[in-house]
Design a protein around this ligand. Structure first.
Ligand code: AMP
Ligand code: MG
Length: 419
């Protein structure tokens, strides 16, 4: 095997991300039941057909009255009214409120005709059909007006909005059971390596379980995508080629591989990707996860030509996960229609030193603790990129800039927190 990798461009994380993002685009939209839209991006403007609330109603349990009729009422000289009806939420009053009368009314019930205010139970005492009022209320007191929440005809939600529980509640309030959102990207996930066996298979000498396929799939799910599990490809050109074609035939919007992109003797992923599509291989100035393959494969299913982006991540369990966080998650965010693909970070004080490092940007696994209103970050032990347990105990990745030769205790760092 040659060492042609020396010729591969060395990119900063930002340069690599920019190139990845420039090759992916928001997907088309689909009408979707509202409970399946959580976290997704709205692809239509949503207008209100009707007022919310549809009718004026009471905000309190109490008595619907004519406000002018309560003037001067105090505990010492209460006003007295005749109670002519008892109205629960969900029903319309039969009677009309007049100056001498009141309707007993429960929160949410439509304001009866004639009434213009509600006096809460707390300011009253009822005996039989008579109620005493101990306070005056102004016109409109404790009344919710028709359309005060949402006016009929108003644009309530705009295309591009990310749907949270409150937007989903609003859609229901508007009487919408379905709405148009950007569809979820289907990501074909392929683990590569002769040493890999699937979860249930016994571990014979030399073999390990395929964990990357599952951590990658879970990352795809957590980003809002749909994983297509292609399983394991052997380190052979034929098997890899077959598995890649299978993923594309299943309608994948992206192909994500792990392993086989470094400089080992059996790293055939690079070779196969280069044959099947237009690929570039990068060295990214980061640790873990230096090698990264990126490109696209053009494929034809039922006469329709599609170009599918491909990301080849390194095989070490931490490297593939970190590469996903830095490049795949933002790409999926863009495909899902999210405007800002950058990840949130928090500021923390490093409580463990990093005595020396190379000139790459290091992503170190840390756990976070808040003390006196300040976040502190501690390393989760050995930072070997094969140690998945160091991810299990981590809350996030502290970013140690490429310019730093070391990081002393007390250094301020940014931490990408796991979702
Ligand atoms: P590679 O990038 O193919 O050279 O693999 C680097 C290291 O990651 C090797 O120790 C592999 O055994 C390990 N590895 C590769 N793929 C997986 C996987 N799917 N699950 C767990 N470990 C893996
Ligand atoms: Mg391998």
């Amino acid at each position: 095997m040659s060492h042609a990798h020396e010729l591969y461009p060395m990119l900063s994380v930002e340069e690599a991300l920019e190139r990845v993002l420039s090759m992916v685009h928001p997907l088309d939209s689909e009408r979707t039941p509202i409970l399946e839209t959580l976290g997704r991006v709205l692809a239509e403007d949503v207008f209100a057909q009707d007022n919310i609330p549809p009718h004026a109603n009471t905000a309190m349990d109490g008595y619907a009255v004519v406000a002018a009729n309560t003037a001067g009422a105090t505990p010492a000289s209460p006003k007295e009214l005749r109670v002519i009806e008892n109205l629960a939420a969900g029903y319309v009053a039969q009677e009309q409120v007049t100056p001498g009368t009141a309707i007993r009314i429960m929160t949410g019930a439509p304001l009866p005709e004639g009434a213009d205010a509600v006096i809460p139970f707390e300011e009253t005492a009822q005996a039989g059909a008579r109620v005493q009022l101990f306070a005056a209320v102004p016109m409109g007191a404790n009344v919710r007006l028709a359309g005060e929440d949402v006016r009929a005809g108003a644009r309530v939600l705009s295309a591009g909005a990310r749907l949270r529980p409150q937007e989903i509640g609003m859609l229901a309030a508007l009487g919408r059971s379905e709405v148009r959102v950007i569809r979820r990207p289907r990501v074909a996930i392929l683990a590569t390596g002769d040493e890999l066996v699937d979860i249930e298979a016994p571990l014979t000498p030399g073999k390990i379980h395929n964990s990357n396929g599952y951590s990658n799939a879970a990352q795809v799910l957590s980003a809002g995508g749909v994983p297509l599990m292609l399983g394991i490809a052997r380190d052979s050109v034929d098997d890899l080629t077959a598995k890649i074609r299978e993923g594309l035939a299943q309608g994948a919007d992206m192909l994500l591989t792990s392993g086989g992109v470094s400089v080992g003797d059996f790293d055939v992923v690079k070779q196969v990707l280069a044959t099947e599509g237009e690929m570039t291989f990068w060295r990214v100035r980061m640790k873990p996860g230096k090698p990264l393959a990126f490109g696209r494969i053009t494929t034809e299913t039922d006469g329709v030509r599609r170009t599918v982006p491909v990301l080849g991540t390194p095989g070490n369990p931490v490297s593939t996960m970190v590469s996903f966080e830095l490049f795949v998650r933002p790409a999926l965010m863009k495909m899902l229609g999210h405007g800002d693909a950058r990840q949130a970070t928090l500021d923390a004080i490093l409580d463990d030193p990093i005595p020396s490092k190379d000139d790459r940007r290091h992503y170190v696994r840390v756990w976070i603790e808040e003390r006196d209103g300040v976040y502190h970050a501690r390393l989760t032990g050995d930072q070997g990129s094969g140690r998945l347990s160091s991810m299990v105990s981590a809350d996030g990745l502290a970013i140690i800039p490429e310019e730093w030769a070391n990081a002393p205790v007390g250094a301020r760092v940014k931490v990408m927190v796991f979702g």
